[in-house]
Design a protein. Structure first.
Ligand code: PEP
Length: 234
């Protein structure tokens, strides 16, 4: 299974280094595919079984894009994995679908593994399943759903960082619908924690989890990895 941690704007460079060292100890004992997305200033050349990705980058080799990083800065650390379309970048930082698709296309051409996030806000959820699907379909616009290095993460916006989660039935319903759009591995994200991770990981058409807040505690994240390992060896 795929178990990914989005550390967002948390942990210093020093703290991230210890986090990854500790994570390596538990992750290397399993056959799970583990990803960590640290803050950009904490990127470095880490060796081991955990894949380090970037939470963001501008679709450029280098250039005049103040405050952004490009391919050159990622290559320095051998980073070949990127998170694209996260709801905080869509809704807080104002990235449009057009720009997201441009970014996707650029990093696809560079052969990056892309974890592409989709998900509906609360008002769309309240409008029902069909509206949710319609909304999420717009987030596939300009995205190559057959890209070989693609992983999709379904992350309802209202579930991110709120402690709220859809029911398992709802997750399965959405994941089944999304699997019809793309055969890429499909993660669930949004308030996954130690207490619900096992149930989520067991769900139909769930190939892994993307974890924010609860992954900040490395021991919690390691517990979630061990759940995936347990489930796989059954
Ligand atoms: C995320 O930001 O990708 C996420 C899933 O956050 P949280 O686990 O805190 O809801």
């Amino acid at each position: 299974m795929i178990i990914a941690a989005n550390l967002k704007t948390n942990l210093t460079r020093k703290e991230t280094k210890s986090y990854i060292e500790e994570l390596e100890v538990c992750a290397s004992k399993t056959s799970q595919e583990v990803f960590v997305f640290p803050a950009i200033t904490s990127l470095d050349s880490f060796e081991g079984s955990v894949t380090i990705g970037t939470q963001n980058a501008y679709p450029t080799q280098n250039g005049a894009y103040t405050g952004e990083i490009g391919l050159e800065q990622l290559e320095e650390f051998g980073i070949k994995t990127i998170l694209i379309g996260h709801s905080e970048r869509r809704h807080v930082l104002g990235e449009t679908q057009e720009f997201i698709a441009q970014k996707f296309d650029y990093f696809k051409r560079q052969g990056f593994k892309i974890i592409y996030c989709v998900g509906e806000p609360k008002e769309i959820r309240e409008a029902g399943h069909e509206k949710m699907l319609e909304y999420i379909s717009t987030q596939y616009k300009g995205i190559d759903t057959e890209y070989e290095n693609l992983i999709i993460a379904y992350e309802p916006v209202w579930a991110i960082g709120t402690g709220l989660t859809p029911t398992i039935d709802d997750i399965e319903k959405m994941h089944t619908a999304l699997k019809a759009k793309s055969q890429a591995p499909l993660l669930y994200g949004g308030s996954v924690k130690v207490t619900n991770a096992k149930e989520v990981l067991k769900s139909k058409n769930v190939d892994g989890i993307l974890v924010g807040s609860a992954a900040l505690y490395v021991e919690h994240f390691c517990t979630m990895i061990s759940y995936a390992q347990e489930l796989e060896s059954k």
